[in-house]
Design a protein. Structure first.
Length: 182
């Protein structure tokens, strides 16, 4: 799959404002895909994080009062967490919001497909940065075997270097996979 094909597939209208009842806190993430053989950028959270410790996730975080909208949140958090500056015009679309089971977040995923990225550097919210070949990664999809994880939505897992990606990040990956298959 080539980047121009991915840009066509993931180009959707962007609406960085979503409504949430008081049950969920708003957050957003950025799916960054780059390279001739498309690579997706993901991170591993440190074990001492309050939420999602040790999990593999996309750069992003909760909406701050200084953010004008959830797109600003995703861009700010990406810059803070991995040192990558993505501009609004490099964001080509968004996916459906997902919720987290334990931490009570409603997450809006945005998508950026770029030719290349500079070297990245992790801040204290990131233990490790992964550059994952997209197509082989999506082929690792499986149903989440834990029945407790299937309370709110269908659950999936993906695997990279013997690490399991699950929860909201896996549901976002499943959306990406579904877009590529349609």
């Amino acid at each position: 799959m080539r980047l121009d094909e991915l840009k066509s597939i993931f180009s959707t209208p962007i609406n960085p404002h979503i409504q949430s009842d008081e049950k969920y806190r708003l957050a957003s993430i950025l799916v960054i895909i780059y390279g001739d053989d498309p690579i997706v950028v993901m991170t591993e959270k440190p074990q001492d994080m309050k939420f999602h410790a040790g999990e593999i996730s996309f750069p992003g975080g909760k909406l701050d009062e200084d953010d004008s909208d959830l797109l600003d949140t995703a861009l700010r958090e990406t810059s803070e967490e991995i040192g990558l500056t993505i501009t609004k015009d490099q964001v080509i679309g968004q996916l459906e919001p997902v919720i987290t089971l334990n931490s009570g977040f409603l997450i809006l995923p945005f998508v950026s497909v770029v030719n290349k990225i500079p070297p990245l550097s992790a801040n204290c919210e990131v233990e490790k940065i992964f550059h994952i070949p997209l197509e082989p990664f999506l082929k690792t999809e499986a149903r989440d075997p834990d029945p407790n994880h299937n309370i709110i939505q269908e659950m999936y897992t993906f695997e990279y270097q013997n690490q399991i990606v699950w929860g909201a990040s896996a549901r976002i990956l499943k959306q990406i996979q579904s877009c590529l298959e349609s």
